[in-house]
Design a protein around this ligand. Structure first.
Ligand SMILES: [Zn+2]
Length: 310
C-alpha cells in the first residue's frame, strides 16, 4: 500500500477504527474485552461529553456486573494516543515503504506533524514492533558476512556517535529471510555462535568470502563454500556473497542518509527494522501484520508472513 492508497482507504479515523475492529473480532461478533460478553450496545457520546481524546462513541457491556465501556482500540497502543489513527496509519505506511528507513525528521515533514518529539515517538513505537519473534532457522543456500557500521568515514566525518565502529553480522538465506546481528566483535567464535543459532542442520551450502571471520568459523564444515575476493573473484557459479553484501549496502545507505547518530544502544533496533522490511518486501500487505503487532493482537502464523519459504 502506498501513501496515496493509505489516504484513500483510511480517510477518516472512523475508517481506521473499523479496520481495527474487523481485525480484533474477525467473526464480526464484538465481545467485551473484560468479561467476554457478546451482549453489548453501541453508545454515541453527546457533543459536549466528547473530550479532547475521546472517540465519538463506545461499546457498553450489558453483563450486569461488568458494564465495561470499550472501543476496538481498548487495551492497545492506539487507545491512549493523542494522535489521530490516520496519522499512525500513514506513519506505518511510510516506514514500510521506505526501503532505507525514514528518520523522525522526515516523518515529521511528510506527515506535517507539529513537534519533532511526536514524530520521534511514532517512529520509535512502530520500529519497536518491527522485529521478528521466533523464526525458523535458515536453510537452502545461506550467505554470511560481517561489516562495520559507524566510526570515522572518509569525507563524512563521524556519523555514528563518537564511538568506534560496530560490527554487524548479516546472515541471509537466498530468496529467504535476512538477519542482521549487532555483535561485540567479529571473531570466529562469535560467528560460530551465530551460525549455530541461525542456520539449520539441513542447510545446503554456507557461503562466505575468504576474509570473513565466518570462513574461520566454518573451516571444518563440508557445506562451506568460499568466494576468493582477495584474488579478485566475486562469482563462481553459485558461489558468491552478493546477496548479503547488497543487504549491507542498503543498510549503510539508510544509516548514512537518514540516521546521522544511531547510538550503540539502539543499533539492534534499527537492524531489526531493516530486516523486518526486507523480509516482507514481496508480501502482499505487511501493513496488516504491523498494525496487528502494534495492537498486540495474536500474531498471524509464520507461513502467512513470508511469501518465500525454505
Ligand atoms: Zn463485560
Amino acid at each position: 500500500m502506498n501513501i496515496r492508497e493509505a489516504h484513500a482507504k483510511f480517510a477518516t479515523d472512523e475508517q481506521c477504527l473499523q479496520y481495527i475492529q474487523e481485525m480484533r473480532w474477525p467473526d464480526g461478533v464484538i465481545r467485551c474485552p473484560e468479561c467476554g460478553e457478546k451482549n453489548i450496545k453501541r453508545v454515541d457520546r453527546s457533543a459536549e461529553s466528547k473530550g479532547k481524546n475521546k472517540r465519538g462513541w463506545f461499546y457498553l457491556c450489558l453483563e450486569k456486573t461488568c458494564h465495561n465501556q470499550f472501543t476496538p482500540t481498548s487495551g492497545t497502543i492506539f487507545h491512549d494516543t493523542h494522535l489521530p489513527l490516520i496519522v499512525w496509519f500513514q506513519a506505518i505506511t511510510l516506514m514500510l515503504n521506505a526501503k532505507k528507513g525514514i528518520s523522525a525528521k522526515q516523518l515529521q515533514r511528510d506527515l506535517g506533524i507539529g513537534g519533532y518529539k511526536t514524530a520521534w515517538y511514532l517512529n520509535h513505537r512502530i520500529r519497536e514492533v518491527m522485529q521478528e519473534g521466533s523464526i525458523p532457522k535458515l536453510g537452502g543456500i545461506v550467505e554470511i558476512d560481517e561489516t562495520y557500521i559507524g566510526g570515522k568515514q572518509k569525507g563524512k566525518g563521524v556519523w555514528y556517535g563518537k564511538k568506534q565502529k560496530q560490527p554487524v553480522v548479516g546472515v541471509i538465506q537466498r530468496k529467504g529471510p535476512l538477519r542482521f546481528i549487532h555483535t561485540k566483535d567479529a571473531k570466529a567464535d562469535t560467528l560460530k555462535a551465530i551460525i549455530e543459532e541461525h542456520i539449520g542442520p539441513d542447510v545446503q551450502y554456507v557461503m562466505t568470502d575468504d576474509s570473513s571471520a565466518g570462513a574461520a568459523a566454518l573451516k571444518d564444515s563440508e557445506k562451506h563454500r568460499i568466494i576468493r575476493h582477495n584474488i579478485g573473484k566475486y562469482v563462481e557459479g553459485i558461489v558468491h556473497t552478493n546477496t548479503v553484501e547488497s543487504a549491507f549496502s542498503l543498510l549503510k545507505r539508510g544509516i548514512v542518509g537518514n540516521f546521522h547518530r544511531v547510538s550503540i544502544k539502539h543499533l539492534q533496533r534499527y537492524l531489526n527494522e531493516f530486516s523486518y522490511r526486507f523480509n516482507r518486501r514481496n508480501d502482499a500487505d505487511p501493513f496488516i501484520e504491523t498494525v496487528r503487532r502494534l495492537c498486540g493482537f495474536a500474531p498471524l502464523p509464520f507461513d502467512t508472513l513470508t511469501s518465500e519459504k525454505a
